[in-house]
Design a protein. Sequence first.
Length: 227
Amino acid sequence: MELTYYGHACFAVKIDGKTLLFDPFISGNPLAASINPDQIEADYILLSHGHVDHLLDCPSIAKRTGAMVIGAYEVINWIAAQGVEKTHPMNIGGRRSFDFGSVKCVNALHSSQLPDGSYGGNPMGFVISGDAGSLYYAGDTGLTLDMKLIAEQYHLDFSVLPIGGNFTMDAEDAAKAAQMVNCNKVVGIHYDTFEPIRINKEEAKAVFDKNGITLLLPSVGETITLK
Ligand code: NI
Ligand code: MN
């Protein structure tokens, strides 16, 4: 599996020949100025919740690529109202098979509101599992014991966790989350974009190191191979 980081909480994973794009927020992120959202390819777009820093560029990328957008029922209603035709609504606890593997929607402790102020349903994380491997994307979340359930049901190759604090877990809590889901390879996201989530990257790495977990912090535009 290959992961490309597009800044903030946006990344793409190539799994079984399909490209899954998560939480596209590029045109509003000065740290992702080197990325042109009009050139990003996707077969599927997965949205963790309705906050604008997770879906700003979703409608335009979905319409151009024809990607299917997957997310909470309420988020998908809003996306469909923007003119996106291929959508698939889910909700927490749901699991569904696609041509790249399965998507399970898991609990995230956060909030969710769409750009027009309407209710976004429950925020969620995703476990993606297929022949090529398994990954957990936590979405925006605080640390929660529910993460232990993931370790009981899946063997994860890597996890993508927020580490910026303030709105989500910080590095210390994310390292604890990695232990709970029993995964020793973590890609850190959701940091540095805004003032309240600025971090010291070396300190964050040290926190994970101390717990025997590798924290990967790819730069914007960088592609890394995981598994
Ligand atoms: Ni959020
Ligand atoms: Mn966010």
